[in-house]
Design a protein around this ligand. Structure first.
Ligand SMILES: Nc1ncnc2c1ncn2[C@@H]1O[C@H](COP(=O)(O)OP(=O)(O)OP(=O)(O)O)[C@@H](O)[C@H]1O
Ligand SMILES: [Mg+2]
Length: 268
């Protein structure tokens, strides 16, 4: 009960500043039909995504994070509930959202430039225009000079930057990132976290970022939605008002980390 009170309190704090809701996730649920019975992956999940915020969904492994994101992106059918964007319910893939996938989705037989411009090409944008936009985001993620390189010549962090540049190049209204740094070593992960914050501060997009890593959530998020173990339900919501750049060893960081940790489910 204490946890629920905390969520309400934080909500009221947030209510003081008028924030525009960009996306409303309402009572989403997902059931998979097994051989004998149903398997529930997502259970009655509701939250809002506010204009311009860096919202983190934090949840343990296999709790239903990817299923939830895919439903929000409109690439997976839901069993119940709705996703409201601009006051309208979204059915089917939403071309105004783009996603950085958990498993790297860059094509090995295409160069960095060709990978970044892929979505714009599908949209039918002329070559000159799409190259100019792609170059801007290649530069922004620090891959200038690698435009003609193939993925096999890139490190893990660089490949991840290609995926991020491609998602940004689409000029999305919502940028969805599914554990984008999960496969990186600790050093590279830390560098990429700073990189993504630098880009977010420069471009001020609305970001929905998924992680199972508590430090990463507190380091990156304006707000954290804590999910339970499977099936995913919303356990609590935290406003993170620590100034940036955040000090991971500072007392306020540690205190928030501890409060969330006490409320976190293990994945098994
Ligand atoms: N197409 C599917 N059919 C049946 N079950 C599925 C399907 N897709 C996902 N699931 C199940 O839903 C649950 C949640 O999966 P999901 O991939 O969303 O977890 P996750 O939180 O993203 O995990 P991870 O932290 O490993 O990325 C898992 O038990 C998974 O096996
Ligand atoms: Mg996942």
């Amino acid at each position: 009960m204490e946890q629920i009170n905390e969520t309400i309190e934080l909500d009221q704090t947030a209510g003081k500043t008028a924030v525009k809701k960009k996306v409303e996730v309402k009572n989403l649920s997902k059931l998979y039909l097994g051989k004998k019975n149903y398997f529930e992956a997502v259970s009655d999940v509701s939250f809002d995504i506010r204009e311009g915020e860096f919202l983190v969904l934090l949840g343990p492994g296999r709790c239903g994070k990817t299923v939830l994101l895919n439903i929000i992106a409109g690439i997976e059918e839901k069993s119940g509930g709705s996703v409201i964007y601009n006051g309208q319910e979204i059915k089917g893939p939403n071309p105004e959202f783009s996603m950085v996938f958990q498993k790297r989705a860059i094509l090995p037989f295409k160069t960095v430039m060709e990978n970044v411009e892929l979505g714009l090409k599908f949209k039918g944008m002329p070559k000159k225009e799409r190259r100019a936009i792609s170059q801007k985001y290649i530069d922004l993620v620090g891959l200038q000079g690698f435009e003609n390189a193939y993925p096999s010549a890139l490190s893990g962090g660089m490949k991840q930057r290609v995926g991020i540049a491609r998602a940004y190049a689409m000029n999305p209204q919502l940028l969805i990132m599914d554990e984008p740094f999960g496969a990186l070593d600790a050093q590279t992960r830390y560098a990429m976290q700073n990189e993504i914050l630098r880009i977010w501060e420069q471009e001020k997009r609305t970001v929905l970022f998924v992680t199972n890593n508590l430090e990463e959530a507190v380091y990156l998020g304006n707000r954290i939605i804590l999910l339970s173990k499977a099936p995913a339900i919303v356990k609590a919501e935290y406003e993170v008002e620590l100034p940036r750049p955040r000090n991971m060893t500072g007392p306020e960081f540690m205190d928030l980390r501890m409060r969330i940790s006490d409320n976190t489910d293990l994945s098994i």
